[in-house]
Design a protein around this ligand. Structure first.
Ligand code: ARG
Length: 572
């Protein structure tokens, strides 16, 4: 059950007629101070202001009308005019008991699922994936997992940049500087080398290379047989390398429709916009003017080439026709904010008004010097080497802590802990902000890290091993949950919050809301474990109840981490 939702609807039903019900309900929040209650209803404060009445008076009247039984006792007016609501221990205990037998841990099936397309990862192929691609990939993956768990219909679309100017650069390199033997041995690295060669020359001011590369791209798009054949030759290698990274990260897509897929629809988009009077000619280009933004939105350049923007418009039309989504989320670097603002505006004018188009933006990963994360030679850090290093670091910790485990198991744990640490460090940040990549912090055993949560999970498994018992009987015949110690209650209330936390994370499109919750849960578990003996509890009833709390905590950690794309291990 989503307890917050339930409390909100009770408060909403009792709201004064002058109140806007939706915002009055939204003003019910988890309490900021657990000593006074579990939830807090703040709606009377704003209402008091707009009615010119003392909020405290409104709160007292509201308290009299609230029907909180059997969830909670009477609400208590406090402070300038909010209400404290404290759930009954019996209610918490009964919910926890029910959760034990429930695989979904309290998540309810959805009456009205939404269809959500998530455009994420979307790297430009044929160049090596680097740390900048990490964020879109794992934030998008996590949002897809959260929305799926909440019962929505999710389409994961990897909108590959497989048709852009990088191919012109590679084609130029191929024709002028390729090392055939190197290509035969390792096509992906040779293509990357050619790409870097062209890039260096262009950056160094070599305009001949720039012109040549641009003309190779134009020829490719115009259907030049040689360039098309080379493109078809290069693509599978590039896709293969990408697939290996996705496999390692445990990331899957439903469709992988790159920019090239939309190529033959672009002319139609421009015609359509022109016919509708939205696109006009300006200085030889075809553009859409968008109010409030300076540069026009170019859909066809003076040389006749279509743009990133044209492709994005064609993609919107395709997705709308194919899936009729309610939402399309673009998990893309915040630097593309202006592009998306214009794109969404043009799409609305073009007729796509029923679908929410949203830019789920994120900041930059910084190195220890607080500048974009680079290797010592100034290259952007490659994703693969980053994951390798994470695994190596995790491995040395595991070798030290658990030398008794066999080699294969230590290797597997190191991969789970290493990639988990990298993903979690990213997902636990408010995605809007930049963050500093810090190995020591992200693998700390104590703190808001995946390692800490994975360790809490493994510790619970070891409690069951030590007690020579298993959680299955507890799930089949849930015991009475005893909340006699404040730490038991503190843990219990957090266990109940998973559904509401996930709704909030989905609403804000912020996985860090989930990581914060899991961190709090692990801390609550730690307090519980220090204060409440489990295997040595003073009665069999208490022992069963505490084992049940252990099991619920482990399952919540596993499910929650799973929604971040992070695995758990039974020992570490
Ligand atoms: N390939 C682009 C880049 O690497 C990101 C694409 C994002 N998705 C989109 N529909 N524009 O910058």
């Amino acid at each position: 059950m989503n307890v917050l939702e339930r409390v909100r609807s009770i408060v909403g039903a009792a709201a004064p007629p002058e109140a806007d019900r939706a915002s009055f309900e939204k003003a019910v929040r988890p309490a900021s101070d657990a000593r006074h209650g579990d939830y807090q209803a703040n709606g009377c404060m704003a209402l008091g202001k707009s009615l010119g009445r003392p909020p405290r008076e409104l709160a007292t009247e509201l308290a009299g009308r609230l029907e909180l039984e059997p969830l909670a006792g009477p609400a208590v007016p406090a402070g300038p005019g909010f209400l404290n609501i404290r759930l009954h221990d019996d209610f918490i205990a009964a919910q926890l008991s029910q959760m034990l037998g429930d695989e979904r841990l309290g998540l309810e099936p959805r009456a009205k699922p939404a269809t959500v397309v998530i455009d994420f990862s979307s790297p430009n192929v044929a160049k090596p994936m680097h740390v900048g691609h990490l964020r879109s990939t794992i934030i998008g993956d996590s949002l897809a997992r959260i929305l799926t768990a909440l019962g929505h219909r999710v389409i994961r679309d990897n909108h590959l940049g497989d048709w852009g100017s990088q191919f012109g650069m590679i084609l130029w390199g191929w024709k002028t500087a390729r090392d055939q033997a190197a290509y035969d041995a390792d096509p992906v690295s040779e293509l990357a080398r050619l790409y870097r060669l062209a890039q260096d020359r262009i950056k160094g001011g070599d305009s001949a290379v720039e012109t040549a590369a641009r003309s190779e791209t134009a020829k490719l798009h115009a259907g030049d047989p040689e360039n098309r054949a080379l493109w078809r030759e290069f693509m599978p290698h590039a896709l293969h390398a990408l697939a290996a990274i996705y496999e390692r990260l445990g990331v899957k897509f439903d469709v992988q429709l790159g920019e090239s897929f939309y190529d033959d629809r672009l002319a139609g988009v421009v015609d359509d916009l022109t016919r509708a009077g939205l696109a006009v000619e300006s200085e030889g280009a075809i553009v859409v003017f968008v109010e409030g933004t300076e540069a026009p939105f170019i859909v066809r350049k003076t040389d006749g080439a279509f743009t990133y923007a044209t492709t994005d418009l064609a993609t919107i039309a395709y997705r709308a026709a194919e899936w009729a989504p309610d939402h399309v989320l673009y998990v893309v670097d915040h630097r593309q904010g202006d592009h998306f603002k214009q794109l969404f505006e043009v799409a609305r004018k073009w007729g796509y008004r029923d679908v929410e188009l949203a830019h789920v933006a994120f900041g930059t990963i910084l190195g220890p010097d607080r500048r974009p994360f680079k290797t010592r030679d100034g290259d952007v850090v490659g994703l693969e080497s980053l994951l390798d290093e994470a695994t190596t670091r995790a491995r040395s910790v595991i070798d030290e802590n658990s030398p008794e485990l066999d080699l294969a198991e230590r290797e597997r744990i190191a991969e789970v802990v290493g990639t988990g640490a990298v993903k979690y460090a990213d997902l636990s940040q408010n995605r809007i902000s930049d963050y500093v990549f810090d190995w020591n912090k992200m693998m700390a055993m104590n703190g808001n890290t995946a390692t800490y949560l994975q360790y809490a999970y493994a510790r619970i498994q070891s409690i069951f091993r030590k007690g020579d018992t298993s959680p299955e009987p507890l799930r089949e015949h849930p015991p009475v949950i005893v909340l006699s110690h404040p730490a038991e209650r503190g843990l219990g209330i957090r266990l109940l919050r998973l559904p509401e936390v996930l709704e909030l994370a989905a609403y804000e499109r912020k996985p860090n809301i989930l990581t914060d919750h899991l961190f709090e849960l692990a801390n609550a578990f730690s307090t519980f474990f220090e204060g409440c003996p489990v295997l040595k509890a003073d009665s069999p009833e208490r022992r069963q109840s505490r084992l049940a709390l252990c099991d619920l905590t482990a399952r919540t950690l596993k499910k929650g981490l799973g929604m971040l794309g992070i695995d758990v291990v039974d020992r570490m």
